[in-house]
Ligand binder design. Structure first.
Ligand code: GLP
Length: 236
């Protein structure tokens, strides 16, 4: 098992761990950070915001964005990143797929060019309850690059908590592919809570299968998984 697993007391300790690992990577020369949305990286972003670290020479590249939401929409991942990190800690350049552009081929080509220009040094990841990473749902090929996805009903329901009703959750998203994610030099995956425990166990100990997108990370030589006790509770 090559993945490095850190089981921490709680979210606070996990976020501090992630912050320190990221800091070490930056000191060692990381210039391009792959960033994620969702509740899991929020503590890390808070630590980054409260720190005296200057990120203005670094590049950030986000994993994904809902199709059809403008950056000004409070449910968009653009808005999330602006609100939780970029407003306080600007980067030299920050890239997020343009969800307001309905021309998928254009968005995808543009994003793949960005990823080729700025190879990701450290990728922050969360995980969906069904083992998805970014918005790569079960069945996504491991060599996938940026693509447009139809979200599964399970993901729509899980993300409904951020919307007034599940009817308001967009049904499609642009996401970096699993192949794009695996290109990162170091991957730091954060997961908290009982509802993630099953996916975490399958990711770490299960068969490498597209049915569990995160199991692709077993193929990567430098993955650090940071968990609370609940998310680690089903680890065999
Ligand atoms: C969404 C995002 C993922 C994220 C997942 C889990 O599906 N596209 O990148 O990992 O939610 O979110 P949370 O961290 O809130 O559990």
């Amino acid at each position: 098992m090559r993945m490095k697993i850190l089981v921490t007391q709680n979210k606070e300790a996990a976020s501090q761990n992630a912050f320190e690992l990221l800091q070490t990577d930056i000191i060692n020369g990381a210039q391009v950070l792959g960033l994620a949305t969702g509740s899991s990286p929020l503590g890390l972003y808070q630590k980054m915001t409260n720190s005296s670290v200057d990120y203005s020479n670094l590049i950030s590249i986000n994993l994904d964005e809902y199709v059809g939401l403008k950056p000004t929409n409070p449910q968009s991942y653009h808005y999330f990143m602006e609100h939780h990190l970029f407003a306080q800690k600007p980067f030299a350049k920050s890239f997020i797929p343009d969800g307001s552009n309905l021309n998928a081929a254009e968005v995808i080509n543009h994003y793949n060019k960005i990823l080729a220009t700025y190879p990701i040094d450290t990728q922050i990841l969360g995980i969906g309850n069904n083992g998805h990473i970014g918005f790569n749902e079960p069945g996504t090929p491991f060599d996938s690059q940026t693509h447009k996805v139809k979200l599964t009903p399970a993901t729509i329901n899980a993300n409904a908590r951020f919307f007034t009703s599940s009817k308001d959750v967009p049904t499609e998203a642009y996401t970096m592919g699993i192949g794009s994610i695996l290109q990162a030099k170091h991957i730091i995956l954060l997961a908290f809570g009982e509802q993630k425990a099953d996916a975490i166990n399958k990711m770490v100990n299960g068969k490498i299968t597209t049915a569990i997108p995160a199991s692709a990370l077993q193929k990567h030589p430098n993955v650090t998984v940071i968990l609370d006790k609940q998310a680690a509770s089903k680890l065999a």
